[in-house]
Design a protein around this ligand. Structure first.
Ligand SMILES: [Zn+2]
Length: 408
């Protein structure tokens, strides 16, 4: 029988005022703990040799301890288009965020026409924390916190879609929910860059290739260090049931510094022979961030790593492809891209480990898709997927049916 006291506690839990009643936590069943780590464009072709060389020990550990494979993405994939598909498990045409620009305006959360996962979870009493997730600007109210990511508007964003405003330089909307948390972050984490650095233009590069490449990579390293500090601070000081954190420098580097030999479309020795290690180094850098996050992952935590798409070298006949060179700012001499008309050419990736998830399981083919992320997370919390969601629960990654739902 449910006692009056338990009912009262349940109401308190639902209202998320639990921290005030910390000593009572032990009498209530905690909700599952899920951390999603997103990478903007993880290319398995680049990852595999690094895994073999032992240069991504943390990702190797996750692979060994869980399930992994390709993640089918949408056609002509790009970051806002795919992340919004993951948020809502609906088609880009349905959720409304069809690309970087929608009707000439930079994609933003006010365009979302379908309910995102952070809202479904919040309504069901799950605490939510989101940091640097693309296309989450302006931030929306959640049962926890939200710090925006890629496509946040601010200083130096006037002439392009991508920019990297610092937290204090954001304009045109709130980068942090609740707004009161902004001062705390500035004090304890510092004035960090919200997104990865813009890519240099052909004009900036001309005649200064090595210098521009080196200083750009240094900035990328700084941004990653700041992001690591932010993630670590949030996981230590603001733990939430569900957390989603994303990095975006890998993709940005791959577009113009993909390590390919001559005879590829777009190859320019002045740029592409300077730092062939630059792009693989991004994933080695990512692995270190993952290591910092893993310190907050115990045996009862689900860790899911997702990438929205891969990235591949440009191909022959690019000049006649309507998607050619359309990535991001359109002014950078790119050598690789991801918005191929057929999304299966540049699949994303999926890694999961946690209580009841099979070990060392390889997902074959295109069974798992970006549409399946939200339903699978909801399932872990014992929540039915809303009717409009097109994905499915990835039941094959769980050991037993009764363990598909950890706690209810
Ligand atoms: Zn990209």
């Amino acid at each position: 029988m449910v006692s009056r006291r338990f009912l009262a506690l349940w109401v308190l839990l639902a209202l998320s005022v639990l921290p005030l009643f910390g000593q009572m936590q032990s009498s209530a069943k905690p909700k599952p703990h899920v951390i999603v780590v997103g990478v903007n464009g993880m290319e398995l072709d680049i990852i595999r040799p690094l895994l073999l060389k032992g240069e991504m020990p943390n990702l190797a550990k996750v692979i060994k301890s869980g399930a992994y494979g390709k993640l089918r993405t949408v056609n002509a994939p790009n970051c806002p288009r795919v992340y919004s598909t993951m948020f809502t498990s609906t088609k880009p045409e349905e959720h409304g965020v069809t690309g970087f620009l929608v009707g000439g305006i930079t994609a933003n959360t006010n365009m979302l026409k379908e309910e995102p996962i952070w809202s479904v979870l919040s309504k069901n009493g799950v605490t939510v924390g989101m940091a640097n997730v693309p296309a989450t600007f302006p931030t929306m109210p959640v049962n926890g916190y939200m710090i925006s990511g890629m496509l946040t508007r601010g200083k130096n964003c006037e002439d392009g879609v991508l920019c990297a405003p610092k937290l204090s330089e954001v304009e045109g909307g709130e980068p942090v929910y609740p707004a009161s948390m902004k001062a705390e972050l500035l004090k304890n984490v510092g004035d960090f860059y919200i997104d990865c650095e813009r890519m240099p233009s052909a004009e900036q590069l001309r005649g200064h290739e090595t210098e521009v490449i080196d200083s750009w990579l240094k900035k990328v390293e700084l941004i990653r260090d700041q992001q690591t500090k932010l993630f670590d601070y949030l996981l230590a000081n603001h733990p939430t049931d569900f957390t989603w954190m994303v990095q975006s420098c890998e993709d940005r580097t791959g577009h113009w510094l993909y390590p390919i030999a001559p005879y590829n479309v777009g190859y320019n020795a002045k740029i592409n022979s300077v730092r062939p290690d630059a792009f693989p180094n991004q994933y080695i850098g990512f692995d270190k961030v993952l290591g910092a996050i893993l310190k907050h992952v115990d045996d009862d935590t689900y860790l899911i790593i997702v990438s929205d798409h891969g990235i591949k070298p440009l191909r022959e006949f690019e000049e006649t492809d309507p998607h050619a060179h359309m990535d991001h700012e359109k002014t950078t001499p790119v050598i690789a891209k991801h918005d191929f008309a057929d999304g299966d050419d540049v699949p994303g990736s999926f890694f999961a480990m946690g209580p009841g998830i099979k070990h060392d399981l390889r997902l074959m083919g295109f069974e798992a898709s970006v549409y399946d992320i939200a339903p699978t997370v909801l399932h872990i919390y014992g929540l039915e997927q809303p009717k409009q969601m097109r994905g499915r629960v990835l039941t094959e990654i769980f050991e037993k049916s009764e363990e598909k739902v950890a706690q209810k």
